[in-house]
Structures are given as C-alpha cells and as structure tokens.
Write a protein of this length. Structure first.
Length: 399
C-alpha cells in the first residue's frame, strides 16, 4: 500500500534504510584505524599482521604460470582435486590426520569464508556458541548474524589458559558450537595438551561441534608441534578444522582457505559455501597445491626465520624496558603495560605511541566484547630487520 501522508512517507523511508544493526553498528576496525594513523603520521606499522616478505618465489611463479597457461574458468565448487589431494597429504604428513579428499576437504576463499560458512551452516537461531576472549574480530558479528547467542570464556595474561571453572560457566545444555582459535591471535599462545583435553571433554560432554580456526598452525616456535583438536579421542566426528594458505605461505592477500570436516558436517558446509563464494581463483588453488607439497625443510626454515625476527624484536623490547609476554606462535608479540610500569590503558597508549613516537600497534582490548583486558599491546614482528630496528629505535624513547 502506498503511503498517504508525509509522516507515513518518512516512516517508510526510515524503515527502508534501517540496515542490519549488527553490521550497521560496527565501528571501523582497530586495524584500519591504526593503519590510517600510521600512514598519516609516517609511523612504522607493526599493527596489522602481514609480513614484509613477498612470499616464496616458486609458489608465486606457479600462480602466475597457472594464470597464463591454465584454466581460468570456474573451478569445481569443492576445490581443485589436486589441491584437495595436497591438503590431505599435507595434514597426514604434518599432523597425522587421515582425511578423505573427496568427502572431507573443501577449499574456500580464505579462512574467513570458511568461518562464516560454518557459522551460517551449523547455527540455528538461539543456539549458544562458546567464544574465547581475546577473539578474532570477525567471530562475534558472524555468530550474531547467524542467530547464535555468544557465551564468552575470558582468558587472561600472562598464560591465557583454559580452566574448568570458566568452561563450566560458558557451556550449557543449549551449547551448539565452540569457535576455538589455536594458536591464538592476539595472545600468541599455543594451547597445551591439558587445555585441549579439557576443551574436548566439554565438547563431548555437551555434544557440541568444535569449529577450530587453526590458521596459525605452521607459525609456531621453539620446536613446538601443532596438535589439532580434531585428533583428540571423540573429536573427529564433531570437529570442523580450518586452515589458510595465506598464513602458511605468508601471503595474506591470497585468501585460499581449507575446511576439513566429517562427511555429515561437510555436506552442510558445502551448501553454505555454494552461495557465499562458490569457488576460489583456480591459479591460486593450483599454486597452493604445489606449495603444500614443499619439502619439510621449507616449513622449518620459514618458522626459523620468523622465530629469529621474534627473538630480535623481543630482545629489543626488553632492552627498551618493556615487560614482554611469551610469543609461542603467530606473527605477534605482546607487551604487558601494567608490568612495564605504564598506567595508561592500552587503547590510549597505542594512540600516544603512534602519534608521539611513530610506532603503530594494536591494543588487545579491541579483541574483547566485554570485560576487556586493557593492559596488553600487540606488535607484529613478521617484518624485515630494518623495519623492526626502526621501530625499536623509536620505542627506546618511551620509558
Ligand atoms: C585467527 C584468524 N583467523 C582467520 C584469519 C583470516 O584468515 P584468511 O586471511 O585466510 O581469511 C586470521 C587473519 O589474521 C586470523 O588471525
């Protein structure tokens, strides 16, 4: 029915342009804010997590060759068969997993699509979803948009570990799904065996599905080996494991992700993927298939290179007088402001650091939806030595 009065017309216009409140009310992300400030002020940008290095040349060359010589039309919805084979072989080699490339592996446009698709496919409105704070910024809006009800477990520095009491408070008979990130960005921790066993016990006890964001699985230090939650007894049939070639090869713009799940879950995940992106550029898929087959030494050298950058930056931070939290994995290292004698909160200090000292970082409170920890600041160390040294030169003047 057409509006008859000016008031009705105004009401209709307001209604029409009322957009989805979850996205309409989201502020600009801290990553954009900090990167913008870094550009404006000419600061060294250790905020957003991407490496200075351009990525392995042979893998990039494969992608370029595939564009020129290959098939550039829609690849199969589930991903190129050669990539699904390569993913299966890769996880058998590095994590002892036995995955069927035909029914248990799907290629997505980055881990982000895999996470969004899993939440859309698995959550019914009203289902409770256990989330761990600090949490990756995409999780909460996607859970809410899927109709999920978040139940937070707050992790605290310096160990960020799970406790039975905290899990017992968050899990309930309505728990449908747990979204778990290991290694954990931004805490830069790798969950220990006891934490994984505790989480598995709660998932099994509450018959919940675990969606495991393991994009940092290869970026772990000091001889650690990644343990997928999927490999724990009783978890295989209830786990969706998510990986990202962008993180494995240090080319974050590639957005090639993979999802591994048992067939009954995969069938539904595939339905969501079908209408989210349907597919992912074929040249990047074939280059990633090649890359995943690289010899073990490439992966250990990649880790060693990042570990060397971590050590260089960590030693520099300590020499500046900052108290540094352990970085066990990811591209990140955190400083504890309170322990360093800084009484400002992380958001205010991050602003001052970029404006007055010329170093961009990320306040970890931005990764909390409630009861934020406000005393921790994150830096990305996946940078050239010269970039790290330039940042340290500036940080030396802070304390
Ligand atoms: C925990 C976590 N999940 C997912 C992503 C996004 O992965 P992708 O670029 O493959 O979508 C990131 C990127 O930083 C991340 O840190």
């Amino acid at each position: 029915m057409e509006p008859r009065t000016a008031l009705e017309t105004a009401a209709r216009l307001i209604y029409r342009f009322l957009m989805n409140s979850i996205f309409a009310n989201l502020p600009t992300t801290i990553f954009e804010t900090m990167s913008l400030l870094a550009r404006e002020t000419g600061a060294v940008n250790l905020g957003q997590g991407f490496p200075d290095d351009p990525g392995p040349e042979d893998v990039r060359r494969k992608a370029a060759e595939a564009v020129m010589d290959g098939w550039n039309q829609y690849p199969p919805m589930m991903g190129l068969p050669e990539l699904r084979q390569a993913v299966a072989a890769h996880y058998a080699r590095f994590q002892g997993l036995d995955l069927d490339p035909a029914g248990e592996i799907m290629v997505t446009s980055g881990a982000t699509e895999a996470i969004a698709g899993a939440l859309m496919a698995l959550i019914e409105p009203g289902d409770e979803v256990v989330l761990f704070q600090p949490l990756y910024d995409a999780y909460l809006p996607l859970v809410l948009r899927a109709g999920g009800v978040p139940r937070f477990v707050s992790l605290e520095p310096p160990h960020w570990n799970l406790t039975k009491e905290a899990l017992a408070r968050a899990f309930s008979p309505r728990t449908k799904l747990v979204l778990f990130n290991n290694p954990l960005n931004p805490a830069a921790t790798v969950f220990c065996d006891a934490d994984l066993a505790l989480l598995a016990e709660f998932c099994i006890g509450h018959d919940a599905i675990a969606v495991c964001d393991e994009v940092w699985e290869h970026v772990i230090f000091d001889g650690r080996a990644h343990k997928p939650l999927m490999a724990l007894p009783g978890m295989r049939e209830r786990t969706v494991k998510i990986g990202s070639a962008g993180k494995i090869f240090g080319m974050t713009g590639w957005k090639v992700g993979f999802v591994m799940a048992p067939p009954p879950l995969m069938r539904v995940l595939a339905k969501a993927h079908q209408f989210l992106t349907f597919t992912t550029p074929p040249n990047l898929q074939s280059a990633v298939a090649y890359g995943l087959g690289k010899e073990d030494s490439w992966f250990s050298e990649m880790r060693a290179g990042l570990q060397r950058s971590r050590d260089r930056f960590e030693a520099g931070l300590k020499a500046c007088g900052f108290v540094v939290l352990p970085s066990e994995g990811t591209y990140f290292i955190n400083i504890d402001l309170a322990a360093s004698g800084i009484n400002e909160d992380d958001a205010g200090f991050a602003q001052r650091l970029v404006r007055e000292f010329g170093v961009a970082s990320i306040p970890v409170s931005a990764f909390y939806a409630q009861d934020a920890v406000t005393t921790v600041l994150r830096f990305c160390f996946a940078k050239h030595d010269a970039t790290l040294d330039a940042a340290l030169e500036r940080l030396r003047r802070v304390l």
